[in-house]
Design a protein around this ligand. Structure first.
Ligand code: NAX
Length: 333
């Protein structure tokens, strides 16, 4: 039997964290046989909620959870950690500008990068969920220099899953039969949900999404916007932000990263650019189509962009570069 894997979730008593820790207990991260030592890391002010969440988690009596720990300290939170899921972040308060939010979170993720550098396994796999997720992932990686950059990712799987379900509804297909929609760029309203490579399997035949939908105007505008603004639409109806769907996407992301993607299928993940990928010279955390095997992520290269795609990608890259500059100006030197 394989030894238990140490998983840490920050913000574990929050909206997403609460849903996520239960899904982890059910085996959604690494399958039904992998035991987990689960650490819940929270802010001191959420200590009661943390304890309450742990009580419920224990009451589920999940056989996979070998140990459940709760802490408000980074050293205990990240010691020997194999998988770090960074959900906790400063939310946007009333009257708060985007740059204030970026600055507050840059400070938090600097600290978390430093803590991972000090305490985590050298091969820790890091997934940043807390927003602005891509830029937070970049900052975290920057402050954990001895951990490979390829071990840091940001969550755009929720956007992919949203896009997949919207297309499935539109063409009356099963959601799992819709494949290879790509989310490019930032997990924000500038993200680009691209169906140029996407297919739908129906009765054993593979169709292109573009062919089936046969409405490029919808695919290039209404669809892209619907995916990008889905989070806001949910808040409006539910009076609370996406929680279960975000937690489920976290499980999909980690599962595919560590267990591997299916043959012929790619998934979207925010990864840190190396100066060569798709001609992006700067270091940013950008969402690409990825294939995973043996715990390694390989970006699918060589896809060609037409003018429309290029303009969408330029826009989201520009935003990421602005975010990077703002965040770095707060935490570097
Ligand atoms: P909540 O405010 O419900 O929960 C956040 C929790 O994190 C709180 O319990 C808080 O005490 C804790 N926390 C804050 N700072 C912390 C720190 N430095 N260390 C440890 N814990 C800390 O927010 P929730 O709805 O759970 O959302 C969490 C984050 O996910 C937000 O930043 C949100 O914007 C982001 N999202 C990202 C998504 C993505 O696809 N990348 C989608 C869903 C979500 O909007």
């Amino acid at each position: 039997t394989t030894p238990p894997v140490r998983v840490t979730v920050t913000g574990a008593a929050g909206n997403i964290g609460y849903a996520l820790v239960h899904m982890i207990g059910q085996g959604r991260l690494l399958g039904p046989n992998q035991q987990i030592i689960l650490t819940l890391l929270e802010l001191p002010m959420a200590k009661d909620q943390l304890e309450g969440t742990m009580m419920e988690l224990r009451d589920c009596a999940f056989p996979l959870l070998k140990e459940i720990k709760g802490t408000t300290q980074y050293d205990q939170g990240f010691m020997g950690c194999d998988i770090a899921i960074l959900v906790g972040a400063k939310p946007r308060g009333p009257g708060m500008e985007r740059k204030d939010l970026l600055a507050a979170n840059a400070r938090i993720f600097k600290e978390q990068g430093e803590a991972l550098e000090k305490y985590a396994s050298r091969n820790v796999k890091v997934l940043v969920v807390g927003n602005p997720a891509n830029t937070n992932a970049l900052i975290t990686a920057h402050f954990a220099p001895s951990i490979p950059k390829s071990n840091f990712t940001a969550l755009t799987r929720l956007d992919q899953n949203r896009a997949q379900s919207i297309v499935a509804q539109r063409v009356s297909a099963n959601v799992e039969d819709v494949r290879n929609i790509i989310i490019w760029g930032n997990h924000s309203t500038t993200q680009f949900a691209d169906v140029s490579q996407a297919t739908v399997q129906q009765n054993g035949i593979s169709y292109t999404v573009r062919g089936l939908v046969a409405d490029d105007a919808w695919l290039q505008k209404a669809f892209v916007e619907q995916v990008a603004k889905r989070g806001g639409a949910i808040i409006e109806k539910r009076k609370a932000s996406s929680a279960a769907s975000a937690a489920s996407a976290v499980c999909d992301h980690i599962h595919d990263w560590l267990i591997g993607t299916d043959n012929g299928t790619f998934v979207s993940m925010g990864v840190i650019t190396d100066g060569k990928l798709y001609g992006i010279k700067e270091q940013v955390c950008f969402s690409f189509p990825c294939i995973c095997k043996d715990g390694n992520i390989k970006v699918v290269e060589g896809l060609k962009w037409d003018q429309f795609q290029q303009s969408m990608i330029d826009k989201t890259l520009k935003e990421l570069l602005e975010e990077k500059e703002m965040a770095l100006s707060v935490v570097v030197n």
